[in-house]
Design a protein around this ligand. Sequence first.
Ligand code: OSB
Ligand code: MG
Length: 370
Amino acid sequence: MKIERVILYHLRMPLLSAFETSFGRINTRDCVLVEAFAEGLDGYGECPADRDPGYSYETVGTALHILQDFLVPAVLGQEITTAEDLQQRMAFVRGHLMAKAGLEMALWDLLGKARGISLREMLGGVRQKVDVGVSVGLQESPSRLVEVVRGYLELGYRRVKIKIKPGRDVGDAQAVRKAFPSLRLQVDANSAYTLESAASLTPLDELDLLLIEQPLAEDDLWDHHQMQAWFRTPICLDESITSLRLARQALEMKACRVINIKPGRVGGLSQGVAIHDLCQDQGIPVWCGGMLETGVGRASNLALASLPGFTLPGDISATDRYYHEDITHERFVLNPDSTIDVPSGPGLGVSIDPSALKRATLTRINLASH
Ligand code: OSB
Ligand code: MG
């Protein structure tokens, strides 16, 4: 299909509650929404870069620049029929994987709408609903954390991830484990430790955690290998895995036993599927991470998480865990069995609420071929 026009939106979405990680605290979530027009249809994609470069070097600012000045000009007026084709046209841009992922998602939405098939079917998903959990940010105290976790359990979530950072790790995890002895519990450090400081995490190994996510630096596969050798608990990599090649090398090196797949972090859904396939071949469990997405990115994550190798619950919570108002008409709800339904309509299977989109939009950039 020929991409005729693209609109880039800088969105700012107020969160229902502040979200704090080892790299900072936010009350609003920014992202870039990509709308691509072809054959009388429009497709949407979400680029999960945030306002600040805390999780990744990419920001809304860099993503808008790379999309506007390089990626969109390379595809406008072009006949593009597959994600691989799109990736080849974007390959002259080094890095900027989240910017690329936003454009790729918009293409998938267009392709699905043109063919009348869902993203789930296009990607090879096998489930109509997927197991999900909730990612809980740092709280003011361990007792407050236990109360927040209790609230999510009462809503029906059966897997909880807590954020940790130096000084707020073993004590927090022990408090949650003591309050909920059989909870499926995991922790995420977002690269806050070094191999040396991670020695203090040793007591986590007694807490029967599902996994320890990204304790060390993103470019540090080797020290994750060293750390995995002394922990029984599986180490899961998030930030470190930005390509199929790095996923393969991390597994060859035994730097982790689980991989978190976020399509934005790896440059798009097609790379996410490729990493899933590699892990499935090797018997490595994967799960779908989250980036506090809008309904657009959440629909995409649900479709990806419906692939057979996603055997651990994803960080894909109900809309009302994040936002009072979303930009999609559809709101995702938690089923009593701690699952969320995968959209079944064409493409992403969601529709944009124009007035909600308008309220969330800070700037809008219109790009057309001549
Ligand atoms: O590290 O998984 C992470 C949110 C923003 C950036 C990084 C991460 C997260 C989360 C939230 O943990 C997951 C969600 O969307 O619920
Ligand atoms: Mg993470």
